[in-house]
Design a binder for this molecule. Structure first.
Ligand SMILES: Cc1ncc(COP(=O)(O)O)c(C=O)c1O
Length: 388
């Protein structure tokens, strides 16, 4: 089955549900057992089957099964947010004295909260690597995890997943990749040697800006046990309605992403022609530094990209953004609507300096008519240049 067909058919079985197309939403904490023997059996293996609301219900299993079918691998663990998926996975794989090697351009909270906050407090040593370089020579005997995103969600630098995975695995480390930008539709991390895939289901999977959801897809039963155990030990589980909405969002992922891609490339090319713009950060553009890797490994690009402007004051950026009609300002992305925020990608980097002539913006191209979006941007540039 092709991915587009799996999106429609996996994670549901109408014949077991009165013929109803979508699986039901089970709201559950208590799960009752008919006999002592059944209760004891279920308690021994709480992660096999339905044992207690926190360990999973048919609703969360349906979503997990669909995501596993899309990525391949062993199984998926659904959690309460993308950041929960990141923190749970890294806590599952790392303990005091271990080392993790993390790309310098990862999602800010992965770095600041999970790595420099929680992991440092737990005695894990985290160092960062230049996303443009090989990790050869940086992996130590105590390196247990190599972690990256490609492209990074602020600078859009592409990493060579296959090369990094081969180098990490040769040194015995587990490779974890946040694949939220591409989703299973546009990049298949397991085919490039990645061991564990993180996805913020909050973004494209749910697709409507109304759900918090994290997904961890693992490649072995051992990884499943340790990730599932850690999520459960931390008391983390997704809400049933969010699992349902995540699964419902999946059904239309291919048509939505196709349109996000089409709109983003239209906007990116238009922006490249503007005098106010220094460069556009989008690996689908032929002159992007990451284009070769993207073209070789990915089958599409999502709607999220960056723009580096020429030199403009903070007041001019505010004047541009405050007056946007169709682009709202908000931290997330992956919903049906367009977004635009000011960014400062250099602020938290430590390995190499992020060079930018002027202020940066991050744009999420939604599903609107791209010509309306361009008209809004054009008016925005009018306000930007009027301020100077
Ligand atoms: C690349 C990336 N990974 C993970 C996350 C975290 O997801 P969540 O907001 O669901 O915690 C985000 C959120 O913006 C993200 O951009």
């Amino acid at each position: 089955m092709k991915k587009e067909t799996k999106l429609i058919h996996k994670g549901r079985s109408p014949r077991e549900n009165h013929g109803i197309v979508n699986p039901p939403v089970y709201h559950a904490s208590t799960v009752t057992h008919a006999t002592v023997a059944e209760y004891e059996e279920s308690s021994k293996k709480p992660f096999d089957g339905v044992h207690y609301g926190r360990t999973g219900t048919p609703t969360s299993f349906a979503l997990e099964d669909a995501v596993t079918a899309l990525y391949g691998g062993h199984r998926t663990v659904a959690l309460s947010s993308g950041l929960a998926a990141i923190s749970v996975t890294l806590h599952a794989l790392l303990k005091s004295g271990d080392h993790a090697l993390v790309a310098d351009n990862v999602y800010g909270p992965t770095r600041v909260r999970t790595c420099n906050g929680l992991l440092a407090r737990a005695g894990v040593n985290v160092t960062y690597f230049d996303p443009a370089q090989s990790i050869d020579g940086l992996v130590k005997p105590e390196t247990k995890v190599v972690y990256f995103e490609s492209p990074g969600s602020l600078t859009f630098e592409m990493l060579d997943a296959g090369k990094i995975s081969a180098e990490a695995k040769a040194a015995g480390a587990t490779v974890v990749m946040d694949n939220t930008w591409a989703s299973p539709l546009f990049f298949q991390p397991f085919e490039h040697g990645v061991d564990i895939i993180i996805e913020a289901g909050t973004k494209y999977i749910s697709g409507h800006a109304d759900v918090m959801l994290g997904l961890v897809t693992v490649s072995t039963p051992e990884q499943f046990q340790v990730v599932k155990w850690t999520g459960n030990a931390l008391g983390n589980c997704p809400g049933p309605d969010d699992c349902y909405l995540g699964l419902r969002g999946l059904r239309t992922l291919s048509v939505r992403l196709e349109r996000h891609f089409k709109n983003a490339i239209r906007l990116a090319e238009w922006l490249q022609g503007r005098a106010e713009v220094d460069r556009v950060l989008y690996p689908a553009l032929p002159d992007d530094p990451g284009h070769e890797i993207w073209k070789r490994d990915f089958s599409g690009a999502s709607g999220l990209f960056g723009v580096v402007l020429k030199e403009y004051s903070k007041a001019s950026i505010a004047s541009m953004l405050d007056g946007m009609e169709l682009f709202a300002m908000g931290d997330s992305w992956g919903g049906y609507e367009s977004l635009m925020i000011p960014t400062d990608p250099g602020k938290i980097r430590t390995v190499n300096e992020w060079k930018a002539t002027g202020p940066s913006l991050r744009i999420h191209a939604g599903l609107e008519d791209p010509e309306d979006l361009i008209a809004d941007l054009e008016k925005g540039f009018g306000r930007l240049t009027a301020q100077g």
